[in-house]
Structures are given as structure tokens and as C-alpha cells.
Design a protein around this ligand. Structure first.
Ligand SMILES: Nc1ncnc2c1ncn2[C@@H]1O[C@H](COP(=O)(O)OP(=O)(O)O)[C@@H](O)[C@H]1O
Ligand SMILES: O=P(O)(O)OC[C@H](O)CO
Length: 504
């Protein structure tokens, strides 16, 4: 008798495995962090082998904690940090270079050159829904092929495979060099700059522009179907691998945003606000991305508008690790509460340039409005407030693109335990902020997708009925004050632009 569905959530900072029961409740979980490698300013890498090792460990641990074995699992679903790219040898399974992470800015020159072929930053926007920016996976693969000795020749011989983290893990989970499946799903594929958003197939002419041999590309599949099963030697031997989707789409699914007009915002390393737009791929005129929200088996794809913010929770980590102003992320709330307001300080964390809605790779971080009055408490406030202001920027873009103002915001992710931030978010937006009872919505979404494929859950109505509200924050700040703060934020953003020089 199968009792649970497992989800593997491979995030930017850690890897989790969570087992869910039929009610969508967490039965057991395990989590492990991996190293963040910063070889140069603007470069961010992960070791793909470390990620695969951690994945196996957390799966084994979560099963042990639930006193379960593979036979107790109806299915396993996968979800992952998106856009992070890996290139590996199909015969040995060895990566030819570290994974280049979504935050990495090294492909700036490649993106500029692609724009110069004609069309500028919007060259592929109609086909892919994306601007040309360092965020996306395709140019990262181009960089590897151009910069790793012998890689291009090996790729052209057909010896190398590429993929986002989902592909890397799916290939390893299903056998690696010994028959592993080389697949990706439509949501991850929609973040490569290589997939046509309307046909849901690779666009060979873009692959040509990026000089990526098509033999390296994985097959694109839906988010909910049986792809294969866990390899014989592993802890998931024989378990159907039946769901896979990018982590932000998974959170949207876990928050049961199944109807057009529903939206969620995830507060993790970065923030990602997705609005379900139904079967229409809405072209953004306000700096948002058009992306695949999910596709269940052979059903019509559902699309989303997305506001991606590169730095939110990672700014809290930066305060902890680089400045040592706090000892742990949980401390920031008490430090921020030691003062009334930000003391005039605004922190724009443009560490990877600015993503939505600006898409300015020439921006760099700035802390402005400083006087001798500003202390540690004000700095902590400025750090938390930056997340709320950046979110308002993408909500305004979303309202303009969709023509319908957001009425409330469903939230999840590691930062939503911070009550001060959540109240400030409601104040700055002027709408209610709502947190669900199951905070692990990303993993839950992957479990739901996998469970649906094997009949563990009956359909979207059953999942919708499982969603329950935990906490609601209602705006209480006077409108005039909110607008004054936000205008100051906009001035701060203007000061970060045009910072990077060509010879930097
Ligand atoms: N109490 C807190 N206040 C503010 N930020 C927090 C708090 N606790 C954790 N965080 C931030 O949340 C982030 C982790 O969220 P999580 O959803 O696990 O991230 P990811 O999936 O991107 O790895 C970290 O960047 C951390 O700094
Ligand atoms: O791992 P997270 O939760 O920070 O999410 C990363 C996003 O998928 C990047 O697009």
C-alpha cells in the first residue's frame, strides 16, 4: 500500500526532501545546504556533484524519519532552482564545469552580442517571453562551450548533454550513464531562452544563434506524467518519477493558483511573483516575463506573468555573512524592531543588476540616505523594506499588464515567518497579504503534480480543498505615508543605474 508522495526541492541554497500524506500534510523532511561559490565578482556557481550527493542524502534521511521505504511511495516529484545550467558528459556523468547559477552575470557580453544580431534586448521576446538577460540558462551553456577547453568539440561530437538542474537530477535519479533519461519539463525549458512558448518545442534558430548543438538538448515533457522510475541501486528504486516543475511554478501549483487571476509571491533567496493568465500567453509591456505556469499531461498549457526579483532573502544572508550585523536570519526582525523606521536609509540590492521590472545589468547595489543617525536597527529595516518595495514594483507592473489590480497576495517561502516584513508588505502594497497553513508550498506543488499523474489525488478540486489560511496581514499605514516612502525608494533605485563600466 502506498502511503505518501515524496518531493525533492532543489533550491538555490539547499536541497530538501519532504514526504506528504493524502491530506497534503508533511510527514517527514530532511534538508541540506550546499556551498555557494563566488570565484569572481558577479559569478555564482554550484557543484552539481555536491547537489546530487545532497539529493541522495536528503531522500534517504526523509524516508528514514518517516520509517518508510520506496514501496511506501506512490510517486516522487521534483522541483528546482530554475535557469541554473549544467553541462555534463553523457558517458561518464561528469560535469565539464560547475553549474552556473541564475544569479551569475558573466554572460552579459554574450547577451549584448546576441542583441546586436538585431532586435536588441527584445530579440527573442515574442518567441520565448523573455528579454535577453544574464538570468537565463541558454547563454550560460554558450559560455561553457566557449570557455572550457575542448568542450565545444566534445559537444559537437555528441558527447555532452546540457540541462537545468531538473534535467541533471532526473538523469541521475533514473540511472545516470546507465540509461538515465535526458528530459526537462516545459516550465524549466521556458527559462532557457531556447524554447518557443507557443509550440513548447526548442527553437532551432535560437539554438543556432547561441551556437548550442541541438544534440545536447533534453526532450521537453509536461509537468505531470510518469517519466520513468528511480534507478535500481537508489533509495527510490522502482518509484515512479511523475512530476517535475521549476520551483516558482511549483509554489504557484502548491498555492492552488489554478484559475486565471490568482497569484502568489515566494520570498526565498529572491522573490518571484507569478500570476496565472490561463491559456493565454500575455505579452508583458511592463518588464515582466511570460512563462509556462504548468501543463498537466496532454492538457492545454497554462501560462503566467512573472515578476522575478534577484535579491531579497539573500540580502538578509549577506547582512549575516558579509557584514556580520546579525548572527542568524531569524535575528533580523528583533534588530529591526529596535527602531521606529528606517531612519532615512534605503538599500537597493542590485547585486546581480536589477531584474523585473527594470532588467538593468548595469546597476549595482547602493545604500543611500545615510547620516550619522543611521544605526544597525535602521540598516536591518532598510534590508527588510527593500523586499517589500521591490515587490510593489512588480505588483504595479502586473496590474498594468493584466489590467486588473491585485486584490490580495498569497505568500510563501523562508522570509514569510517575518511578521514585521509581512505587515510592512501589506502597508506598502495597500492589499491584504495571506499566508497558507502549509508553508512548504514549493515541495507541495511538486508532490501534487506527481501524485496527480499516478492517481494519488483525484484532480485539482481535491487539491483546492486542501488549501487553508494561516495568517492575514491587513494594511494599516496612511496612504500618504506609504506613497512618500515609495517615492524615496524610486529615487534610491535611480541611483543604482549606469554603474557598471565596459572595462569593469
Ligand atoms: N526570519 C527571517 N526574516 C527574514 N528573512 C529570513 C528569515 N528566515 C529566513 N530568511 C531568509 O529566507 C531565505 C530562505 O528561504 P527559502 O525559501 O528556504 O529559500 P530558497 O528556497 O531560495 O533556498 C534566506 O535567504 C534567509 O535569509
Ligand atoms: O531556489 P529559489 O527558491 O531561490 O528559486 C530560484 C528561482 O527558481 C530562480 O529563478
Amino acid at each position: 500500500m502506498t502511503r505518501y508522495v515524496a518531493a525533492i526541492d532543489q533550491g538555490t541554497t539547499s536541497t530538501r526532501c519532504i514526504l506528504f500524506d493524502p491530506a497534503g500534510a508533511v510527514v517527514a523532511s530532511a534538508q541540506e545546504e550546499h556551498r555557494q561559490l563566488f570565484p569572481r565578482a558577479g559569478w555564482v556557481e554550484h557543484d552539481p556533484v555536491e547537489i546530487w550527493t545532497n539529493t541522495r542524502e536528503v531522500v534517504g534521511l526523509a524516508l528514514a524519519r518517516a520509517n518508510a521505504v520506496a514501496g511506501d511511495l506512490a510517486a516522487v516529484g521534483l522541483t528546482n532552482q530554475r535557469e541554473t545550467a549544467v553541462v555534463w558528459d553523457r558517458h561518464t556523468g561528469e560535469p565539464v564545469y560547475n553549474a552556473i547559477v541564475w544569479q551569475d552575470t558573466r554572460t552579459d557580453a554574450i547577451c549584448q552580442q546576441l542583441g546586436e544580431l538585431g532586435g536588441g534586448a527584445d530579440r527573442y521576446k515574442d518567441r520565448t517571453g523573455l528579454p535577453l538577460a544574464t538570468y537565463f540558462a541558454g547563454p550560460k551553456v554558450t559560455w561553457v562551450l566557449d570557455n572550457v577547453d575542448g568542450a565545444r568539440e566534445r559537444a559537437e561530437r555528441g558527447d555532452l548533454l546540457m540541462g537545468t538542474i531538473d534535467s541533471w537530477l532526473l538523469w541521475n535519479l533514473t540511472g545516470g550513464p546507465d540509461g538515465g533519461l535526458h528530459l526537462t519539463d516545459v516550465t524549466n525549458a521556458s527559462r532557457t531562452l531556447l524554447m518557443d512558448l507557443h509550440t513548447l518545442q526548442w527553437d532551432e534558430s535560437i539554438a543556432g544563434d547561441l551556437r548550442i548543438p541541438t544534440s545536447m538538448l533534453p526532450e521537453i515533457r509536461s509537468n505531470s506524467e510518469v517519466y520513468g522510475e528511480g534507478r535500481k541501486a537508489g533509495a527510490l528504486a522502482g518509484v515512479p518519477v511523475a512530476g517535475s516543475l521549476g520551483d516558482q511554478q511549483a509554489a504557484t501549483f502548491g498555492q492552488v493558483c489554478f484559475t486565471p487571476g490568482t497569484a502568489k509571491n515566494t520570498y526565498g533567496t529572491g522573490n518571484f511573483l507569478l500570476l496565472n493568465t490561463g491559456e493565454t500567453a500575455v505579452r508583458s509591456e511592463n518588464g515582466l516575463l511570460t512563462t509556462v505556469c504548468y501543463r498537466l499531461g496532454e492538457e492545454q498549457p497554462v501560462y503566467a506573468l512573472e515578476g522575478s526579483i534577484a535579491v531579497t532573502g539573500s540580502l538578509v544572508q549577506w547582512l549575516r555573512d558579509n557584514l556580520r550585523v546579525i548572527g542568524g536570519a531569524g535575528e533580523i526582525e528583533a534588530v529591526a524592531r529596535s527602531v521606529e523606521d528606517n531612519g532615512g536609509a534605503y538599500f537597493v540590492p542590485a547585486f546581480s543588476g536589477l531584474f523585473a521590472p527594470h532588467w538593468r545589468s548595469d546597476a549595482r547595489g547602493a545604500l543611500v540616505g545615510l547620516t550619522r543617525y543611521v544605526d544597525r536597527g535602521h540598516l536591518a529595516r532598510a534590508v527588510l523594506e527593500s523586499t517589500a518595495y521591490q515587490t510593489r514594483e512588480v505588483v504595479e507592473a502586473m496590474d498594468a499588464d493584466s489590467g486588473v489590480p491585485l486584490r490580495e497576495l498569497r505568500v510563501d517561502g523562508g522570509m514569510v515567518v517575518n511578521e514585521l516584513l509581512m505587515q510592512f508588505q501589506a502597508d506598502v502594497l495597500g492589499v491584504d497579504v495571506v499566508r497558507p497553513r502549509i508553508a512548504e508550498t514549493t515541495a507541495l506543488g511538486a508532490a501534487y503534480a506527481a501524485g496527480l499523474a499516478v492517481g494519488f489525488w483525484s484532480g485539482l478540486d481535491e487539491l483546492t480543498a486542501q488549501w487553508a489560511e494561516d495568517r492575514r496581514w491587513t494594511p494599516s499605514m496612511p496612504v500618504e505615508q506609504r506613497e512618500r516612502y515609495y517615492r524615496k525608494w524610486q529615487k534610491a533605485v535611480a541611483r543604482t543605474l549606469d554603474w557598471v563600466d565596459e572595462d569593469d
